[in-house]
Write a protein that binds this ligand. Structure first.
Ligand SMILES: [Zn+2]
Length: 120
């Protein structure tokens, strides 16, 4: 299950980041951005999130996923183009093969919303 390992990797990264923070800190929401080229299925990742956050600081947190469309650089047009067909990887305008991917191939953690127990 690819998405579960992705979810666990996010949890691990956040755990490390939150080490040494205030005791009793609770993460309420995590916002991430995933490119369409990562092959990650947002629904599946959402589903795995609860499992990955069963214990620890992220327990009960919400996962907010934003999708980033893939883009590539077309040498023929000398422009960045959206990659509408991920199978063929061609410029949607001139149909030249895209040789350089410029976006949509990574996962980024955007924001982490935390709540300290005193706020409640
Ligand atoms: Zn083109």
């Amino acid at each position: 299950m690819h998405e579960l390992s992705v979810a666990l990797r996010i949890v691990e990264a956040l755990d490390q980041e939150l080490v040494g923070e205030e005791e009793g800190l609770v993460v309420t929401a995590v916002s991430i951005q995933i490119g369409t080229l990562t092959g990650i299925v947002p629904e599946a990742l959402q589903f795995c999130w609860d499992m990955a956050t069963e214990n620890g600081l992220l327990q009960g947190s919400k996962l907010d996923i934003q999708i980033v469309e893939a883009t590539g650089y077309c040498a023929e047009c000398n422009l960045e183009r959206p990659l509408t067909n991920l199978q063929s990887m061609r410029c949607p305008i001139c149909q030249s093969p895209i040789t350089q991917i410029s976006g949509g191939n990574d996962l980024e953690i955007l924001t982490v919303t935390v709540e300290s127990p005193d706020d409640a």
